[in-house]
Design a protein around this ligand. Sequence first.
Ligand code: GDP
Ligand code: IMO
Ligand code: MG
Length: 454
Amino acid sequence: MYANIILHSFLIFILILNISLTLHLHLSLVKINFMVDVILGLQWGDEGKGKIVDYFAPNYDIVARFQGGPNAGHTLYVGDKKVVLHQIPSGIFHQNTVNIIGGGVVLDPITLKRECDTVASFGIDVKKNLFISQRTNIIIPTHRALDKASEMQKGDSKIGSTLKGIGPAYMDKTGRNAIRVGDILDKSFTSQYIKLRLKHQKLLDNFHFIEDISSWEDEFFEALEFLRTLNVVNSEYFINDQITAGKKVLAEGAQGSMLDIDFGTFPFVTSSNTISAGVCTGLGVSPKLINDVLGVTKAYCTRVGSGPFPTELEDATGEELRKLGSEFGATTGRPRRCGWIDLVALKYTCMINGVTKTIMTKADVLDSFKELNVCTAYNINGEDTEQVPFQISKVKITPVLKSYEGWNSDTTQIKDAAALPEAMSTYINFINGYVGSPVKYVSNGPGRDQLIKL
Ligand code: GDP
Ligand code: IMO
Ligand code: MG
């Protein structure tokens, strides 16, 4: 009898031990897994990623840029001071956040030095908070010259590049000629540089490019000296070690998904993978670690540079959007092309990225519009389609528009979702239904405090 009770108690004890061990193992797996969230653009860039990353950065230990270079211009406000970051991640203004420039980035040391000076003027110690991957490819002055020469040769069919040397730098990466940040600490650096410089000179001669770039080179070598004083790390080990230690990473995208080299409006795209897949190759993290993908879209649409833009408004309404949204490039100052929100493209980019949450920025720019439109299909040769066509850069697309009543009221001071106008909720609900990945935040101004959780 007693033996039976003891046996039963023992079995129950073993069972409880088993359950708690399994639970513990499961929880610790959950803890190790899903440590990387991503913020990226869902349109043609300039969606407001900088502001959003800056807003969420305090929730993370690390903010890391995974691709792009000084073609990016990410605007954020520190107090009432506007700052535009090009290569430094947008978490830099938070003292406890580590910022990493990942291996998927192409880095211009000249721009980096200037940015570091700006950031330092806010009392931020980049030597403490900024880390650069050894694998990051370097943009050298002849890359910029080649970018310019290539665009000049293209004439009317030019990409509208920012001319920061992005395309040629990524070409040297895939062509296996590039110089990487880790190389500048190596004795062979000068000979590597001269070899690449000569190769570029031959190409520039073919383009009949005769601009003198010696002053760019002087600045470049000065900036390299500065770069040598920064934290250059083996970032894939650095990040993965931190993740194993339970730290949280926010990956910051540049450009937008419609500018992705593979899935964008080719050839009018940039030269990197701007989509969530780029996080793995750009930072050296496993796809299994990625949790939330926060996609940023404007409440309307803009594009800077050449290429297809089905909902573009080349009229007074487009001009009004440009004026009210201050739509001028943060990097080049060029006027941005403006149009209605394109749900065909948005649904496509949410699909490619696996977006889990959408953030809608610049909703306040639509405050004074009596009528709004959303594009629900592309009409091509008389047929409607809800898919982004492979030939988007070649076919004529007429957008099929659905009209909405505007809210016609000032929303910039609203802090609470319940106070948002009904017409805005109707507009957002339609977008949610069409795209299938819900808008969870609405940004109603450029300020840090102008973000409403829905
Ligand atoms: P990014 O490249 O995606 O970081 O975006 P940019 O910085 O190039 O462009 C976004 C612009 O819109 C910047 O000038 C921001 O200050 C501004 N901005 C961001 N969010 C909002 C918003 O909700 N409302 C308004 N009016 N401006 C915004
Ligand atoms: P952020 O990160 C908007 C565009 C250029 C051009 C094309 C190729 O601020 O959103 P490139 O210089 O890469 O050779 O240019 O891509 N482009 C951007 N447009 N925002 C950006 O970055 C962009 N970066 C590049 O205008 O059409
Ligand atoms: Mg920008």
